[in-house]
Write a protein that binds this ligand. Sequence first.
Ligand code: NI
Length: 205
Amino acid sequence: MRLRLLGLVVVGLVFGALLALAILPGAREQLIARIEPLGVTSVGKASVGGPFTLTDHTGRRVTDKDFRGKYMLVYFGFTFCPDVCPTGLQVMAAALEELGPKAEQIVPIFISVDPERDTPEQLAMYVPSFHSRLVGLTGTPEEIQAVAKAYRVYYRKVKDEKSTAEYTIDHTSIIYLMDPNGEFVAHFTHATPVDVMVEKLRKVL
Ligand code: NI
């Protein structure tokens, strides 16, 4: 009897989780954010990040080498994202604000996982609303695929019937801190409290 009850509870929990994933926009994104950091930790430092060639929000072609000598705070997302991406970028911006002059050692970077819609022009309208120094990066689908793979970022186009935008994108919500040599230092998520991020950044800088 007790076993059967336990079985029912487990089935209920699994069903509930699946239902949440199916009906709640953003639930998948948040679940991914919670699962992915564990994966990142277990694969070790050296395997996150790597070379990239992309186009910034001013239309300039840039590579990872253009950011050498500075820390990079890198977040992957897309400008049509309703809530998770804006939250992640707000956390980054607030942390930099809190750091004061030390923040100048860090370049905040937003890499689009929606290259179809996120043109440099689209990014140029988007990034300044979060931080004056936020660099928006986009590229060809192949270039985005390559950089997402290097940073172990998962993203996938998903049909969105409710939205006029036709599709949304499920994606990993991790903020990566890379050192002046482009090596992985630490990661955060859009749910990291600002003061926790600030404390970590202060220790590293
Ligand atoms: Ni997003």
